[in-house]
Design a protein around this ligand. Structure first.
Ligand SMILES: [Ca+2]
Ligand SMILES: [Ca+2]
Ligand SMILES: [Ca+2]
Ligand SMILES: [Ca+2]
Length: 333
């Protein structure tokens, strides 16, 4: 199993963390608080970076997410938010549904070069008075395409236009309990989501494994870079991105397991018993995009795949294979 291989590969990482914890006391120890995830955190020390990302030279994939910029005055989301399957479209404040364009994902793009995968999270805007995106932004990677991602990259503000590892963490679901017993909401979820921190602000076995920067383009972009080495045991995976106005606790994912639909609320007016957004506000995520294989559209949490019929088919000729097209908008079928 590729996934198990990947997990085995990271056992030495975990061993290093445990060994460090039993070694000489570090010069400084970060105080822990009751609200922090019960996760193993690498010890901070002098961070020496060897490899820094550039710009992705090869375009791998692009997809779009629902965009509320033309309809936010309605305070109503027509599509793209389905609590049942952990798909969210709620770039709004709680209760009063005020629009937050800096957490409205518009497009997501994957690029690559020999060393890195680059993931661009294109946002609708920065919001009034903001010079930089002020949310948290992330990407998940589902290595065995079962709907339960293994890795989460999470980038916290403040951001800079230079590549940085500050405020950036790579999490891992070591015990494989994310998503609980089924992809739909569990009646009672007792798991711990992404409980393991592999790298935090450059502290960890590979300080260079994940990076982030702000790209001041025609639309604001948070760009993440992750080393291809992380995926060396698998040639296929699926990925999605998220944006949050609030700090994200990785041990509380997925939200459709750790919140009830009532507590989460809903941005859809037609769901009268749940509207408006309640506790799960200022949050946007996307469907999952394939890498390294042709998606059928039936992958758990995967994006829709529309079938395009070629228009130049001659009568009587064998039908050419249909060309699948990735479409992240759930309206696209
Ligand atoms: Ca969305
Ligand atoms: Ca969106
Ligand atoms: Ca579940
Ligand atoms: Ca877990």
């Amino acid at each position: 199993m590729k996934l198990q291989d990947s997990r085995i590969r990271y056992l030495p990482f975990l061993f290093v963390l445990i060994t460090n914890a039993c070694g000489p006391a570090p010069a400084t120890v970060s105080p822990s608080t009751a609200t922090e995830p019960a996760a193993q955190v690498p010890q901070a020390g002098v961070i020496v970076h060897i490899a820094t990302p550039g710009t992705g030279s090869t375009q791998e994939a692009s997809a779009h997410d629902n965009d509320e910029s033309n309809s936010f005055q309605d305070k109503d989301v027509q599509s793209g938010d389905q609590f049942k399957v952990n798909r969210f479209e709620r770039p709004f404040t709680s209760k009063d549904m005020k629009y937050l364009p800096y957490v409205d994902i518009k497009n997501m793009v994957m690029k690559s070069d020999d060393t890195w995968f680059y993931i661009d999270i294109e946002l609708v805007g920065l919001g009034k008075g903001n010079n930089l995106p002020k949310g948290s932004y992330g990407a998940e990677f589902d290595l065995n395409m079962d709907g339960r991602a293994e890795y989460l990259i999470l980038a916290k503000p403040p951001f800079s236009e230079a590549w940085s590892t500050d405020g950036l963490a790579l999490y891992f679901d070591q015990n494989g309990d994310i998503g609980g017993t089924r992809m739909y909401p569990d009646d009672t979820y007792t798991g711990n989501g992404y409980e393991t921190v592999l790298v935090d602000s450059g502290a960890g076995p590979d300080p260079d494994v994940v990076w982030a920067r702000y790209v001041n383009s025609s639309k604001p972009i948070i760009e993440l870079a992750v080393k291809r080495d992380l995926f060396e045991d698998t040639s296929t995976f699926m990925w999605d991105v998220l944006a949050s106005a609030n700090p994200v606790d990785p041990t509380k994912l997925y939200f459709n397991d750790t919140l009830t639909a009532k507590r989460a609320g809903s941005p859809r007016k037609q769901l009268k018993n749940f509207y408006p957004i309640n506790e799960l506000w200022g949050f946007d995520n996307t469907c999952r995009v394939p890498f390294g294989f042709q998606a059928t559209g039936n992958e758990p949490m995967g994006c829709s795949v529309a079938q395009e019929d070629p228009s130049d088919v001659e009568f009587g000729a064998p039908a050419p294979p249909k060309v699948p097209r990735i479409c992240a908008d759930i309206n696209c079928h």
